[in-house]
Design a binder for this molecule. Structure first.
Ligand code: NI
Length: 135
């Protein structure tokens, strides 16, 4: 570990303290490390070849059988990237799926964005986690 010291204005320090308490961090260092990690992760996604794991989640109406079939076909046609998928019957009408895939960022982004752009898919969210050998 390396020690970094920073100086900030009091309003920023107060707002940071409130954020730490709200999110339940045990100390400022852990909170600051997470902020840095998030920024560094965003930066590494500027590289289309950056190896990532992505979690794409979305909801859909389970009575739309064709949509469900298309989602599965989409996953089968990306076997090189899809690691796992989970299907949850959230209500009588709504299903929620989470798909975890791995690959270079740009290829992964296209797969994930095409998944949630499918007609009938709602509340789609994608989380990209860059993978570095030191992690
Ligand atoms: Ni279901």
């Amino acid at each position: 570990m390396e020690r970094l010291s920073i100086t900030v204005d009091k309003p920023i320090a107060d707002a940071f303290q409130k954020l730490i308490e709200k999110r339940g961090y045990k100390n400022r260092s852990e909170a600051f490390r997470d902020l840095l990690r998030n920024e560094l992760a965003k930066e590494s996604l500027l590289n289309p070849e950056q190896e990532c794991v992505a979690v794409v989640s979305y909801a859909f109406d389970h009575e739309k059988a064709l949509l469900s079939k298309r989602n599965v076909e989409h996953q089968h046609s990306h076997l090189d990237m899809v690691i796992s998928s989970m299907h949850v019957h959230a209500t009588h009408e709504t299903c929620v799926e989470a798909v975890i895939a791995k690959g270079p960022y740009e290829k992964l982004r296209q797969f994930c964005e095409n998944t949630i752009a499918e007609k009938g898919v709602g509340n789609g969210k994608i989380n990209y986690l860059p993978i570095h050998s030191e992690n």
